[in-house]
Design a protein around this ligand. Structure first.
Ligand code: HEC
Ligand code: HEC
Length: 284
């Protein structure tokens, strides 16, 4: 008796130790980002999340065991703050924005592309939206729709205009590196009849600025760093989106509305043609 009860008791004790309380299933529909989602979809989404995402994103709080050594850290979904939407930075991304990030990943980070079935992808997105109360209170932001590229066939002229917009009109080098010498920038300013921007110390290096993600974030070197949201097959459209919309939770501003459409596209061509950019994107 003792011989047989021993292992059985041990097994029962082990089961009690390792058993996690199952979270209750979703029993009714929820309105998330202004859309009603059925409980079956949310339960399916949670199963996908537990299987594929939890190891980094934890219980939605970004504290999964695999995520601790990663930089940038996995997103904490309980905050409801996202970086790479097609919406003005700071507003909630659309479901398609979330699907794009999950499908294609974020280059150069632990967020790899996920080959989920369409039904799993469509389920995990609304499940993510249950993790922050923001989605129950607010609809997604209004997507920024790019106008047609006015520079098609005139890319060199676009890049030349882009260099002037970058360094004199928008002054992107207040965070990102400058890619023109002080003399060139002064000449651009004279040509446009605008004041010469004050150069900052070490203009060839990027600056770190405060973020909502637990610490300052360095603006990327646009000529050398892997841009997270820019995919090899759609470089121009992706650059337009991130420059126009900005990066949520960081100092990267929304440029749509602050610059004429023609200058937004000029910046897209300029950044796309910065030295090494294409080579870096192609070799990913
Ligand atoms: C190996 C770790 C890892 C796994 C597994 C992982 N992620 Fe991520 N995820 C990350 C990291 C790291 C970031 C932050 C990247 C950044 O800040 O640029 C991130 C960011 C995100 C974002 C935020 C995008 C934005 O615009 O802010 C979403 C959405 C996301 N992950 C969804 C998922 C889903 C869904 C799964 C499972 C199918 C998943 N992730 C699995 C590491 C991971
Ligand atoms: C006030 C600071 C600031 C200014 C000004 C600024 N940026 Fe940024 N930018 C950032 C930060 C910070 C990030 C990085 C966000 C991250 O990595 O999470 C960024 C990221 C980017 C990215 C990369 C997105 C990706 O997919 O990785 C591009 C492209 C970019 N900025 C272009 C521009 C252009 C063009 C201008 C000028 C029109 C500009 N930025 C002005 C702070 C700034």
């Amino acid at each position: 008796m003792r011989v047989r009860a021993g292992p059985a008791l041990l097994a029962a004790a082990l089961a009690a130790l390792t058993a996690c309380p199952e979270p209750p299933p979703f029993r009714g529909p929820l309105v998330l980002g202004g859309r009603r989602v059925a409980p079956e979809v949310l339960n399916r989404g949670r199963a996908v999340f537990e299987r594929a995402c939890k190891t980094c994103h934890g219980n939605g709080d970004g504290q999964g065991p695999t995520g601790f050594h990663l930089s940038p850290r996995p997103r904490d979904f309980t905050k409801g703050v996202f970086k790479f939407g097609s919406v003005p930075a700071g507003s909630l991304p659309t479901e398609e924005d979330l699907r794009r990030v999950i499908r294609d990943g974020l280059a150069g980070t632990g967020m790899l592309p996920w080959k989920l079935s369409p039904a799993d992808l469509d389920a995990v997105v609304p499940y993510l939206m249950t993790l922050s109360p923001r989605w129950r209170e607010e609809p997604a932001g209004e997507p920024i729709v790019p106008g047609p590229d006015p520079w098609t066939g005139r890319e060199a002229a676009a890049a030349a205009r882009g260099a002037r917009v970058y360094h004199v009109v928008a002054r992107c080098q207040s965070c990102h590196p400058a890619y023109a010498s002080p003399a060139e920038i002064a000449a651009f300013a004279a040509e446009l009849g605008r004041p010469v921007p004050q150069p900052r110390p070490r203009p060839g290096e990027p600056v770190a600025t405060a973020s909502d993600f637990g610490g300052p974030i360095l603006a990327p070197d646009l000529a050398r760093d892997t841009l997270r949201s820019v995919r090899p097959g759609s470089r121009l459209a992706d650059l337009y989106r991130v420059i126009a919309a900005g990066v949520g939770g960081t100092s990267m501003p929304t440029w749509k509305g602050a610059l004429p459409e023609e200058d937004l596209w000029a910046l897209v061509h300029y950044v796309d043609r910065l030295p090494d950019r294409k080579a870096a994107t192609a070799s990913r």
